[in-house]
Write a protein that binds this ligand. Structure first.
Ligand code: ADP
Ligand code: MG
Length: 961
């Protein structure tokens, strides 16, 4: 037994014993109490300061279970309480699909509540956040636990109210974005999230999806960047298109092999990156000189290739050309993005759904717009960003649950510092997972898939086809159409509608094609979900009644003739009243049509003839459907149980084993029967991403195309290809995490300062004081050098006078005196009386600050926040660039991460320095009477050697006055 198995067993045993305690506590204390009494008990446990934490948890869970059985008519299963205990302990719990993770969560939330913690529950999408919160709300409110959900359509005030609840359901993205938005406000009242995350725990549902699949890209909010010349993109595109691609990448591992294949650039498909060869730099330089983008000045030219192109004002050229090359060679239309309404819309690679409104950063988006000849949008600039990983580090504790956790044990450990646990299922799993079907060609694979579907569909077996891309879904959909098989295609576009469809995917004869787990979180019940279906059908009747009334009123008002309308219908006019299967979408689509303006318009034009008849057809259809569901549902369920349950067909392997298992897990829930098969082809696009497999190559030559192959070697080949992809993605996530963690140190300090500034002006005052003191006293404590100018006739013997004179100067002028520390300076070294000088300075500053009004400080404070933000954004832009640039460090044998850290650190340091200097400058501006304010900067850094006597006197006069 390996170590993690050991801990798994040990934890399970511990939790099982605790659940026995809960059962005992429940029978002894709470079993017969009313809901009101339970709520009182829960509250008094929360307030009880002498009760041990563990006891509190056990009692809270017992109370929740009793309340739930009364209010939701569901009592938590023992395994659900084990899951809840794991959540409270900050673990990642593997609980299979259909085990009831939503209900499990409620027990953990109640335990957090009595321990004095709020809970943020992150779900996979907004539909689920709303659904889960609404499901549990009756339970929470009966127990006195305030709850809410938080979705993107809500406004600031609604969100703020939501965040004040004891438990809030949202998505990781929305939580993270709200955090970023909160960092842009100018008063504490505007913040939506609580300031202190120290009293909040996070529970993440579908944790692997959120913390692993979604964590590959950081959350970014951006504003518009300063304008760039649009024409440049076109020009750069043409330069890029004229470059020659190298057949292969040059060998970089062997330093003695200096042979570079001919060509200007090579492509790293794996990382979607392009590299220029020496020849490439030369070509570009030549073209740029020819097009007069850069000047051909022999003086600035050297033999080194970087000389001209890498001069500061030319750096953008290489940057944009690399973008253009990436756009042309690494980003593929209809795979990475689509062109819709003259816009580039990104396809989310995890979910396959369109990410409307998102754009690639650093000019890549514009390069792709130029490639597709659509309008070029202004470039965006990052104004805030955080990785999912670092966002969740805000919380005092995180825990999670999902059907597939154990595969990622290592990652949870390494990145999130959490342990995993496998919770047993409530009933045994009996799903049959068949061997993969492997084909040589894609065509043969699709033929195989369709044959399989046709065969099973004839018997009425419900089928869920899981695909890995929108394109694949469409291929399969068109093949199904050709075979006259009615089906639904889901692309995770409309979570609410898709959930309604997938809830019925267990009905006989259902065929559902879904990309990347569209409709996740919705339980597929064999035979279909009767309650859900009836509730949809009844709401259709309501809609139809509403429409009928609407049209009649309309007819009346417009005095249209409605006498000829006919409400009698006959059976063959009715829609979908098949006794084997009911598809609520059939009528729904027609109902939706009744709401469309063009339909209403046509009624106005033609009168109401047919409308009553049409509505009557729809209504009678729905009524018949309701009757069918009532009488046949039990039969449907038996039918499906008898023919093997839900059949899951994977049309291709996913990028990880874990996602394959997720897909399989949609079938065989709660002890149901089920089956699953994956279809593969050696032509599947993902198979060759990491190089061609010689075995596959050989097979392709020797075997007939249309037969499935079964060989352990082939299976191994696929497993290896998938492992490579998994490892690659893991590295990408680690990369995001590592780089963001470096940036995160700065972010945390920035936020800390910012929040203090938001609170009151005290921090501003103390930064101002310390900066003034620092500016007016020498930097080094060991060597106290004071420099004074002989020529100013300051008497060294009369130190007191000197000090007096010094402190009369403006702080920044004094700073100028300390700028030069070279021995050669014709100045007199003073090493005595440091304390005296400093105390004089401090007195002066104290007096200066004490004389200021509160209004001045408030004004300074709000200036400070703006300045801090401005500097912070500059810092963000800098590190964005640095992140790109350091990726070349390995070419000169440097560690990119280390280089990045150094750059970030330096940039952050100088950002803070600049901020402090600016604060002093703003302070002096505020002190100067308004009419005298000039545009001249008050800060004057004067390198000592460069000042001549006259200038010096001038400065002195200026600042003394
Ligand atoms: P999961 O998220 O684990 O896939 P859900 O939370 O969606 O599962 O729950 C699946 C179904 O099981 C829901 O219909 C829910 O009402 C039901 N369910 C969960 N727990 C219980 C329970 N203790 N008793 C009865 N039904 C339950
Ligand atoms: Mg769920």
């Amino acid at each position: 037994m390996n170590l993690s198995n050991f801990f798994n067993k040990k934890n399970l045993k511990k939790y099982s014993q605790l659940v026995s305690h809960i059962n005992l506590i429940q029978t002894n204390n709470y079993q017969n109490l009313t809901v009101q009494e339970l709520a009182q008990k829960l509250f008094s446990i929360k307030e009880n300061s002498s009760m041990k934490e563990k006891e509190k948890i056990l009692h809270a869970m017992a109370i929740t279970r009793v309340a739930s059985s009364q209010i939701l008519k569901m009592a938590h299963y023992d395994v659900q309480l084990i899951g809840a205990l794991a959540l409270v302990s900050g673990q990642m719990a593997e609980m299979k699909t259909g085990e009831g993770k939503t209900l499990t969560c409620s027990a953990a939330v109640a335990a957090n509540f009595v321990l004095g913690y709020k809970t943020h529950v992150a779900t996979a999408n907004e539909y689920l956040a709303e659904r889960d919160e609404k499901t549990l709300k009756p339970l929470y409110s009966a127990l006195g636990i305030s709850s809410s959900y938080c979705v993107s359509k809500m406004d600031k005030n609604q969100k703020k109210e939501a965040y004040s609840c004891d438990v809030i359901y949202s998505t990781a993205q929305e939580l993270g974005f709200d955090f970023l938005r909160d960092n842009l406000v100018y008063s504490l009242e505007e913040k939506m999230q609580p300031l202190d995350f120290g009293k909040i725990k996070a529970i993440i549902d579908e944790a692997d999806f959120i913390l692993i699949d979604e964590a590959r890209t950081p959350l970014i909010i951006s504003g518009e960047a300063p304008n760039k010349d649009i024409n440049n993109y076109e020009l750069i595109k043409n330069i890029a298109a004229s470059l020659t691609k190298m057949e292969q990448a040059p060998e970089t591992t062997d330093p003695f092999n200096t042979f570079t294949p001919p060509g200007d650039f090579w492509i790293d498909e794996k990382h979607k990156t392009v590299y220029l060869s020496d020849q490439g730099y030369e070509t570009i330089e030549a073209i740029c000189i020819e097009k007069e983008l850069i000047s051909n000045n022999p003086e600035t030219q050297s033999t080194h290739r970087l000389s001209t192109l890498y001069q500061n004002h030319n750096v953008w050229i290489i940057h944009e050309i690399l973008n253009a090359l990436k756009a042309i060679y690494c980003y593929i239309r209809d795979k990475d993005y689509i062109v819709h309404n003259n816009e580039i819309v990104i396809i989310d690679q995890n979910t396959g759904r369109l990410s409307e409104g998102r754009s690639w950063s650093n000019g890549l988006h514009q390069a792709i717009e130029a490639k597709e000849n659509v309008d070029i949008n202004p470039e965006n600039m990052t104004i805030g960003s955080i990785s999912i990983q670092n966002y969740f580090r805000n919380y005092i504790q995180i825990s999670g649950m999902s059907g597939t956790i154990m595969e990622s044990t290592e990652e949870f450990q390494q990145i999130y510092n959490t342990t995993t646990i496998r919770i047993p299922t409530n009933k045994n799993m009996i799903r049959k997972d068949y061997q993969d079907k492997v084909y040589l060609s894609l065509k043969a694979k699709y033929n195989g898939i369709i044959e399989d579907i046709v065969e099973r569909h004839k018997k009425g077996q419900p089928i869920l086809v899981g695909t890995t891309s929108v394109a694949e879904s469409e291929t399969i959909s068109s093949l199904l159409q050709k075979n006259n098989i009615k089906h639904h295609v889901l692309n995770a576009k409309n979570h609410y509608r898709e959930a309604q469809i997938i809830a019925q995917a267990g009905q006989p004869y259902s065929v559902t094609v879904s990309t990347s787990m569209a409709g996740r979180g919705t339980d597929i019940i064999l035979g279909g979900n009767k309650e859900a279906l009836l509730s949809i059908l009844y709401s259709q009747i309501e809609s139809l009644n509403e429409r009928r009334a609407f049209f009649l009123t309309l007819a009346e008002q417009l005095q249209l003739n409605s006498n000829t309308d006919d409400e009698n219908t006959n059976d063959d006019e009715l829609i979908n009243i098949n006794s084997d299967h009911i598809d609520h979408e059939d009528v729904q689509q027609q109902i939706d049509f009744l709401y469309r303006p063009e339909y209403i318009n046509s009624i106005l034009q033609e009168g109401t003839h047919f409308i009553k008849h049409h509505i009557a057809i729809l209504e009678h259809s729905v009524q018949k459907q309701i009757a069918v569901v009532e009488t046949s549902h039990t039969k449907w369920r038996e039918h499906v149980l008898n023919i093997g349950g839900l059949y899951v067909l994977g049309s291709s392997r996913n990028e990880s084993r874990r996602i394959d298992d997720q897909l399989r897990g949609r079938s065989g829930r709660q002890g149901d029967p089920g089956e699953s098969t994956f279809y593969l082809s050696i032509e599947d696009p993902w198979v060759n991403v990491f190089g061609k497999n010689p075995l596959f190559h050989h097979l392709a030559k020797t075997l007939p195309e249309d037969l499935p192959i079964s060989s352990p070697m082939v299976t191994k080949g696929f497993a290896k290809a998938q492992k490579n992809i998994e490892a690659h993605h893991f590295n990408m996530r680690k990369d995001v995490f590592q780089y963001d963690s470096i940036a995160d140190e700065g972010r945390r300090q920035f936020l800390q300062i910012r929040n203090l500034l938001l609170k009151d002006s005290e921090t501003t005052q103390s930064i101002l004081r310390s900066t003034l003191i620092e500016i007016m006293t020498p930097i080094s404590n060991e060597d106290f050098y004071l420099y004074i100018d002989e020529k100013q006739n300051l008497q060294i013997d009369n130190q007191e006078d000197f000090f007096k004179k010094m402190i009369e100067l403006s702080p920044l002028t004094i700073r100028g005196y300390f700028n030069d520390f070279t021995e050669a300076n014709p100045l007199i070294k003073l090493s005595k009386n440091k304390t005296q000088y400093i105390s004089l300075i401090e007195d002066k500053i104290a007096k200066l600050l004490a004389d200021c009004t509160q209004e001045t400080y408030m004004e300074l404070n709000s200036l400070a926040i703006h300045q801090l933000d401005k500097k912070w954004r500059e810092h963000l832009v800098f590190i964005d660039d640095a992140r790109q640039n350091v990726s070349f460090s390995f070419l000169i044998q440097k560690n990119p991460l280390y280089e990045f850290k150094k750059l970030c650190f330096e940039s952050f340091g100088s950002m803070i320095e600049e901020f402090r200097q600016q604060l002093v400058e703003d302070f002096y501006q505020l002190l100067t009477p308004k009419e005298e304010v000039s545009n001249e900067p008050i800060i004057q850094y004067i390198p000592w050697q460069n000042i001549n006597e006259n200038e010096m006197n001038e400065i002195e006069n200026q600042t003394l006055s």
